[in-house]
Design a protein around this ligand. Structure first.
Ligand code: BLA
Length: 510
């Protein structure tokens, strides 16, 4: 149970962060039965409704809210669609003639959950044209890197946070700060890498279901929900809650970084969490609910645009790769000695399948170019490849797994793409990638706290980076599916050419 769970650095992945039994105090929460009786309330309802939480339990919601407002909320409930739907209502008076509130409304386990917070003093004017202008600026960018940076700028303009990062997940769950927009005078995190453990898997799952998260004030005292347990002994499931309170571990992490408020918007591509807009403010900060909703919508549109740009880039890549492949084949057919020339092949392939070094192994002869393992190590590697006898393209981002000896040259040969170029596996073109730690800069500790929280220095960016660096020791950037498809196409065509050349050679001898 959540109350009994003691979270520490070793069990974060199991912390029930959706059942912490409390909310952030910038709003209030009321859980209702299907007949609109109050079953639970956050203790801070007193600050908003002027009545104590324990005094309203069991009473009808209509005793505590303007009739028109309740009517609007009840109507809206009928519009809820899908298991993860959350409806929003803006600018309704909680009490007749009283200040206006924004509401979020969802259902969980047959319970209606209503969250309220004060509305913006000056509501956003003309949301449609705001969004339209934001989209136009995204569309005006050319390169993906500019697109990402423009996205970060827009989120910063919209939220006013000091630092907005586009945090992109790698296949192994680790992440890179791929773009950033920051207030001037605070150091940059751009290009930094962090291990998967900095965002535990249950948190990632939640960020797919609820694409927006704000932590308004790391020093705020959470408001407990009472009663903590219902008649069945269950805590309230806060997965879809807008106000959900925060794991003490994550609070410690943010405090160690000197951060006062944090906000993240999920970037979801094809149903998967591609990354986050991760935002820091060095003071408490909570954009109003309407603003947050615009930012969330921006995140969704940004993701759609990114998805279509990626699709276009992939199509372009495959067309270019085919052209390169055709050029290689035409050249080799005219001059078969080119196949012995790794500098030439490297220059042809380099743009299509980026690598740090290339080796060619034909009839026991070895030629290398760029950063490769020593030539003396190649025959052992080829024997190991031959033993797999698949005849297809092979790739790894951790050659040490395939061949223990490869750990000795993991700095230059951490990743391998092997293209067999004869029918029986014997001759190869080998593309090497170096260790990825070597290709990453660590710019130093951007924020060194005067003192750490109870879990010490682990919960800091520098320690995170070191954890990441340990995890990727001996690993390269992986070869992508598209790169493998291209390599396979190249293999099939090269084999044709090589066979034709050897037939010609035979014919000449006869
Ligand atoms: C959540 N961790 C997060 C979030 C981010 C990070 C962006 C999303 C919530 C938010 O917006 O604050 C991580 N933040 C980063 C990283 C950078 C950054 C990498 O700014 C880089 C600049 N965190 C840890 C460890 C644990 C941990 C070791 O570092 C557990 C042992 C836990 N992180 C943790 C938890 C959450 C989290 C529990 C979920 C918070 C929530 O939404 O409730």
């Amino acid at each position: 149970s959540s109350a009994d769970f003691e979270v520490d650095l070793t069990n974060c992945d199991r912390e029930p962060i959706h059942q912490l039994g409390a909310i952030q105090p910038f709003g209030f929460l009321i859980a209702l039965s299907s007949d609109w009786l109050i079953k639970r309330a956050s203790v801070n309802v007193a600050d908003f409704l002027g009545v104590k939480a324990e005094d309203i339990l069991g009473t009808p919601m209509s005793d505590h809210m303007a009739a028109e407002t309740l009517h609007a909320i009840r109507n809206r409930l009928t519009l809820l669609r899908g298991p993860d739907a959350v409806e929003r209502l803006f600018g309704l008076a909680l009490r007749t003639g009283g200040p206006r509130y924004d509401f979020a409304l969802h259902m969980t386990d047959g319970t209606i959950v209503l969250e309220g917070e004060p509305s913006a003093e000056t509501p956003d004017a003309d949301t449609a044209s705001t969004i339209r202008a934001m989209m136009a600026r995204l569309d005006a960018t050319d390169k993906i890197s500019d697109f990402l940076r423009e996205g970060a700028r827009q989120v910063r303009a919209l939220t006013g946070f000091d630092r907005v990062m586009v945090y992109q997940f790698d296949r192994d769950g680790s992440g890179t700060v791929a773009a950033e927009a920051v207030r001037s005078g605070i150091g940059s995190f751009h290009g930094l890498r962090y291990p998967a453990s900095d965002i535990p898997q249950q948190a990632r799952k939640l960020y797919v279901r609820t694409p927006f998260r704000v932590i308004a004030d790391v020093d705020a005292t959470p408001a407990a929900i009472m009663p903590e347990r219902d008649e069945q002994g269950e805590p309230l499931d806060l997965s879809l809650s807008v106000l959900r309170s925060v794991s003490p571990i994550h609070i410690e992490y943010l405090k160690n970084m000197g951060v006062g408020a944090s906000l993240s918007i999920s970037i979801i591509l094809e149903g998967k969490l591609w990354g986050l807009f991760a935002c820091h403010h060095y003071q408490p900060r909570c954009p109003d609910f309407e603003r947050r909703s615009i930012a969330e919508l921006f995140g969704q549109m940004f993701a759609l645009k990114l998805e279509s740009r990626q699709r276009e880039a992939l199509a372009r890549y495959e067309i270019e790769a085919r052209a390169t492949s055709d050029r290689i084949l035409a050249s080799v057919a005219g001059d078969s000695t080119l196949l012995d020339n790794p500098d030439w092949l490297g220059s042809m392939l380099g743009k299509t399948v980026p690598c740090d070094g290339i080796a060619i192994y034909i009839d026991g002869k070895i030629a290398t170019s760029g950063a490769t393992p020593p030539a003396s190590a190649i025959p052992t590697l080829v024997r190991r490849l031959n033993a797999m006898t698949s005849g297809r393209v092979y790739s790894t981002d951790h050659l040490g797994d395939l061949l223990p000896q490869a750990r000795e040259y993991a700095d230059v040969g951490a990743g391998l793409l092997a293209i067999p170029i004869s029918r029986t596996p014997r001759d190869y073109v080998l593309l090497f990638r170096q260790e990825k730690v070597r290709t990453v800069n660590w710019a130093g500790d951007p924020h060194k706290p005067a003192s750490y929280g109870p879990n010490g220095a682990r919960l800091t960016p520098r320690q995170s980076f070191e954890t990441w660096a340990e995890e990727v020791r001996g690993r390269s950037e992986p070869f992508t599916d598209a790169e493998l498809r291209v390599a396979e196409m190249l293999r099939a065509s090269l084999i044709e050419v090589v066979l034709r050349l050897s037939d010609d050679a035979q014919a000449e001898r006869q």
